[in-house]
Design a protein around this ligand. Structure first.
Ligand code: MG
Length: 169
């Protein structure tokens, strides 16, 4: 008799997007890592577009809302709040619903700064918060080939996809 086929674990996938405009100098934080750059990102929080996109992907995968619902801009308590802390809270929220993160895949779109030199640090920082090894966090940088607002260096965009696995009861 052939062996019984293993039942694959239930999975869900979510997508997240975020963008921020460059502004006056302030620490540029992406994926929890401070990146040397002559401009910062304008935001109510620390402006970490990678963390924001990943948070929305994680929440979106199990229909748990989005970062704007959890941390409204209108709430003074969120001013300058660490985006890794917000991501950590989202992970806590989904784990309470019996989901764990399997992997995330991230594309950062910007002419500057280059993401490559910071990739390893970002994978490490996000992996720690997502409770997965760094090799399950993929980070890719793309330029926009000089086109549009990204091409003019006005800001940065980030797209993230997260896959979640069901935690057995
Ligand atoms: Mg944002």
């Amino acid at each position: 008799m052939p062996p019984e086929a293993a039942i694959p674990p239930e999975t869900r996938t979510g997508i997240g997007y975020d963008s921020h405009r460059f502004g006056p100098p302030r620490p540029l934080i992406l994926g929890g890592v401070t990146i040397p750059f002559d401009r910062g990102l304008i935001a109510h929080s620390d402006g970490d577009a990678i963390a924001h996109a990943v948070t929305d992907a994680v929440l979106g995968a199990c229909g748990a809302g989005d970062i704007g619902e959890l941390y409204p801009d209108s709430d003074a308590a969120n001013k300058g709040r660490s985006s890794l802390e917000m991501l950590g809270n989202a992970v806590q929220r989904i784990s309470a619903e019996r989901w764990s993160v399997a992997n995330v895949d991230i594309t950062v779109i910007a002419e500057q700064p280059r993401i490559g030199p910071h990739r390893a640090d970002i994978r490490q920082a996000l992996g720690a918060v997502l409770r997965i090894p760094a090799d399950r966090v993929s980070v890719k940088g793309k330029s926009n080939e000089g086109m549009g607002w990204i091409g003019r260096g006005e800001g940065i965009a980030c797209i993230a996809v997260a896959t979640l696995t069901r935690i057995p009861e």
